[in-house]
Write a protein that binds this ligand. Structure first.
Ligand code: FES
Ligand code: MG
Length: 567
């Protein structure tokens, strides 16, 4: 097999000359022949001034390079797109597939024998792993790690579960202008990803469960020295992979690995976004991801990890309690321990090596779970023929079975304009419905599914209502919220047919979400609607590619031409 700089040479009849040229140019950067004759480990640089979550990327890159060189390899750092949640318009999800394409093609295009992926902010690890699954070069993932917690007036703060809560208190006049400014500087006190069990933490845990990163790499806080040593160890391991040629993602991303990831996602009370990303990753392999399987796992797997937003603690506490290896140990037979990891150990071996931390209560044993059932359920019904998701661990028990009158918002804009209108016809028993916020409709499936409680109800003390949409929701949010209704309204799903005043039933136990309107009436409405559900096709550019190619949520919102064709 051709390795190092010889990899992927386009010879046009004279391979010797092509290599000669390649070497001549790279020597312009001062490399010696000794350096250039070694196995090459590519390292993605996703550092960016727009991405404070990746603020430690330069340090991690240095550590990975050191590890690669200590093991006799040659590190080559290259840039790819960086996506941060707060700075990605219209949504970071709109850009995830672009990052996946960028990463895939740059790994393919440039000579490297293994690749180290450094990422972490919500959409980055999914994009990078989707790419890695398609390229199938030996890959090791180095998450940037979670932020440490903040403190304010003796209280522990976490981004961004507490951002919403404290801003709400500010709006209600309980926190004044001066104090909210102080809080603003304390919510995200270090580089790294949000330290609650949001999407970033969920994906880092899933990455570890899939066997794509070293043990504990999901949870070591971003600013800790241990994080840097873990990066160095990852570099060393990558250099070994560059020589041995494996294990490759295709050897690690097996049906057992995806099942394990689903078990872990339920047990950590993970972000609903994780389901979309895991589906997208799995659909880059021949195995795919079955939402029914995910739901069934949720009936058997308890929630064991006590982290915000559904629990009490933060990622650094999860880390000090033993992290993912400890969780795997507590899950015991619910995990397929024979699954191999990039570290060269099986998951069972990693679980056996988990640290015992006396008195810790962040990672519970199975006989004392946070919740006896998993955190998320997959619903279906005439309103969501291809599924919808509810994170019932973060919802109100009294609304798990509920019938109410629909109050429909046509779009995110319509909702913003009317939700706080004192004349809005709405009661606490109604079901708030948002449409045109799906993958195609918005576009990019914004995190708009967390519909605010209408102000006039909020003032009466209403804290939660049933809210349904084809949107996503931030992994850091809380409420009785049905998300990812598929097909979305802009793809002609039944959500497009709902009218204010219709009755909608949510029954989480039966896994149903139904519109109580008979089929004949729905058909009449469909005829009347015609093609009016469609959104305008963008005239050019990436927006047009996105519009034409994006798949629905149940398929992971990847582009149709990027998924692995099932044989
Ligand atoms: Fe980057 Fe939360 S904003 S992980
Ligand atoms: Mg998020």
């Amino acid at each position: 097999m051709t390795k190092g700089l010889r990899k992927g040479l386009t010879s046009y009849g004279d391979a010797g000359f092509s290599l000669f040229l390649r070497k001549a140019f790279i020597k312009a950067a001062g490399y010696s022949d000794d350096a250039l004759d070694r196995p090459i480990v590519g390292i993605t640089n996703t550092g960016s001034d727009y991405n404070p979550c990746h603020g430690n990327a330069p340090q991690l890159i240095e550590a990975v390079k050191r590890g690669v060189m200590l093991a006799g390899g040659m590190p080559m750092v290259f840039p790819t797109i960086s996506i941060a949640e707060s700075f990605a318009h219209p949504t970071s999800m709109f850009l995830r597939n672009l990052m996946a394409m960028d990463t895939e093609e740059m790994v393919r295009a440039q000579p490297m024998d293994a690749v180290v992926i450094i990422g972490g902010c919500d959409k980055t690890l999914p994009a990078q792993i989707m790419a890695a699954a398609s390229v199938d070069l030996p890959t090791i993932v180095v998450p940037v790690g979670p932020m440490v917690v903040g403190h304010h007036k003796g209280e522990v703060l976490g981004a961004c579960t507490d951002c919403r809560r404290l801003w709400g208190m500010h709006r209600a006049g309980e926190i004044d202008e001066e104090e909210i400014e102080v809080v603003n500087g304390r919510l995200a006190p270090s580089v790294g990803t949000c330290m609650v069990m949001g999407t970033a933490s969920t994906m880092a845990c899933i990455t570890e469960a899939l066997g794509l990163s070293l043990p504990m790499s999901a949870s070591i806080p971003a600013p800790h020295a241990e994080r840097i040593r873990s990066a160095e160890a990852s570099g060393r391991r990558a250099a070994q992979l560059a020589v041995s040629g494996g294990p490759k993602p295709s050897e690690l991303l097996t049906p057992a690995a995806f099942r394990n990831a689903a078990v872990v996602m339920q047990a950590i009370g993970g972000s609903t976004n994780g389901i979309i990303h895991l589906s997208a990753i799995a659909n880059r392999t021949p195995h795919g991801f079955d939402l029914k399987m995910f739901d069934e796992i949720g009936r058997d797997v308890p929630v064991l990890v006590d982290l915000k937003p559904s629990g009490a603690h933060y990622m650094e506490h999860f880390h000090h309690a033993g992290g993912v290896p400890k969780l795997l140990k507590q899950l015991g037979s619910l995990i397929d321990g024979s699954a191999m990891t990039v570290a060269g150990q099986t998951l069972a071996e990693i679980a056996a090596g988990a640290e015992d931390v006396p008195g810790q209560d962040v990672i519970r044993p199975r006989d004392n779970p946070i919740k006896s059932e998993g955190s998320m359920a997959v619903l279906s019904g005439n309103l969501a023929p291809r599924g919808a998701i509810i994170k019932h661990a973060a919802a109100s028990a009294k609304l798990m079975q509920h019938t109410g009158r629909a109050v429909v918002f046509e779009s995110v804009e319509d909702m913003t304009n009317r939700i706080d209108d004192p004349d809005l016809d709405v009661t606490a028993d109604d079901v708030l419905v948002l449409r045109n916020a799906g993958p195609k409709g918005a576009p990019g499936m914004p995190e708009a599914g967390y519909l605010p409680i209408p102000k006039k109800l909020g003032r009466q003390g209403v804290k939660d209502m049933v809210r349904i949409s084809d949107a996503r929701m931030s992994g850091t949010a809380f409420g009785t919220i049905v998300l990812h209704i598929t097909p979305e309204s802009a793809a002609g799903g039944p959500l497009a047919l709902v009218r204010s005043g219709d009755q909608i039933t949510l029954d989480v136990k039966a896994r149903r979400i139904d519109l109580l309107v008979d089929d004949a009436e729905l058909e009449t409405r469909r005829q009347a609607l015609g093609t009016a559900y469609e959104v305008e096709r963008p005239s050019r550019g990436y927006a047009r590619l996105f519009h034409d190619s994006v798949l629905q949520a149940d398929e992971g919102c990847d582009f149709d031409f990027l998924v692995e064709k099932k044989t």
